[in-house]
Design a protein around this ligand. Structure first.
Ligand code: SAM
Length: 174
């Protein structure tokens, strides 16, 4: 997903594959801009107000928030888009494009649908009922690999018991 030729570095970006609240409606950026204004007030209207969009996709939210801020706030705002993919062409030049959030921020750090992208191991049972790790080739072809073992086998037995295994329900007396 995150490697040099990974899914999230493709030119079309996340919006080419699925829709988040950021893409669904400009109302979302407007709501985040209002939140940023409340943070601004709570901070006593600092001379520099930072907004960080963590895992910024192609900068859609950062641009939307900047566009939705009242002029008096926008002029003090410093918008930082943090993303592993490269800066998209044509992005508002007031938006900084960074691999990590800068230090010493005063304002709001916001992350929409960042932590939903957690790579996991996938297992499937083979015809004999043995759970095996699913291996995926670069071209997407899948095959079953070695049987699941160790901590992963314990997790599987507890949370996803196969027929004949007691699992968590037995552990908690159900
Ligand atoms: C599901 S997309 C969400 C994009 C956008 N926030 C939205 O709501 O439309 C997840 C994004 O997180 C980015 N990402 C994942 N891990 C990251 C990291 N450690 N630092 C920066 N960006 C990251 C991916 O490249 C991808 O653009």
């Amino acid at each position: 997903m995150y490697g040099p030729a990974g899914f999230y570095r493709r030119p079309e970006g996340p919006a080419g594959h699925f829709r988040t609240s950021v893409h669904a409606s400009p109302l979302f950026a407007t709501a985040v801009a209002r939140l940023l204004c409340r943070v601004d007030e709570a901070l006593g209207r600092p001379a520099r107000l930072d907004f960080v969009d963590m895992a910024a996709g192609r900068g859609e939210l950062a641009a939307g928030v900047l566009g939705a801020l009242p002029a008096e706030v926008a002029v003090r705002a410093r918008v930082h888009a943090v993303e592993i993919a490269g800066r998209p062409d044509g992005l508002d030049e007031r938006i900084a494009w960074l691999p990590e959030p800068p230090d010493g921020l005063t304002g709001l750090l916001f992350a929409n649908e960042w932590l939903d992208n957690v790579p996991v191991e996938v297992a499937e049972v083979d015809p004999e009922g043995v759970p095996r790790r699913v291996l995926v080739r670069r071209d997407g072809a899948e095959r079953l690999g070695e049987p699941v073992g160790g901590a992963e086998a314990e997790w599987l037995a507890r949370w996803w018991p196969l027929p004949g295994e007691p699992g968590l329900r037995a552990e908690i007396g159900l």
